[in-house]
Design a protein around this ligand. Sequence first.
Ligand code: IMP
Length: 203
Amino acid sequence: MIRRVGERLVIATHNEGKLREISALLEPFGIACTGAAELDLPEPEETGVTFIDNAELKARTAADLSGLPALADDSGLCVEALGGMPGVFSARWAEAREGNRDFALAMERVWEQVEACGPQVSRDAHFVCALAIAWPNDGQTESFEGRVDGQLVWPPRGGQGFGYDPMFLPEGHEQTFGEMDPDAKHAISHRARAFRKLVAELE
Ligand code: IMP
């Protein structure tokens, strides 16, 4: 059982979709969530070398500035042939001109680099999601990690999901995350697995 979170938790994200999803998940535990934007908290630069580093950095910044416990996440795609890249740089690989993100371009970048490794190279990849809760004042943090293994496919398949979903075929399935019904993806995803670990501790 992790240390008491209390009745209010800051969610260290400026992404409204993430805030809604996380709030719904924590509501049954009597925890009310407040987004970082509502408290005017800055978005720290993600300088960590691991997902946990980045999640802890975001949670710690929000906890220290708000004086409340804070939860943050960080996630990405790790490709075996590329030594785990794009990893913590998954969002950055999608950066196109004028600060827009283009995941068709990001998927092409990944595939080009995998192809450049030769025809026999492994297509194995996994998604990771790290969650961190930081408490204000005493520097304590708790972290949880979820992972889903699979293989890269080319060309990308499916118009559901987001990011790298269309090129990721989860192990034991015939549809990519991009083809799967969102509920089916959410049942097995890295994010769901990390949240299950966190919620088990809250219980
Ligand atoms: P962040 O955790 O919001 O920093 O997101 C990191 C990046 O990882 C996203 O912009 C996506 O590119 C990628 N990513 C994380 N989770 C998923 C997923 O479930 N599907 C596809 N791409 C993902």
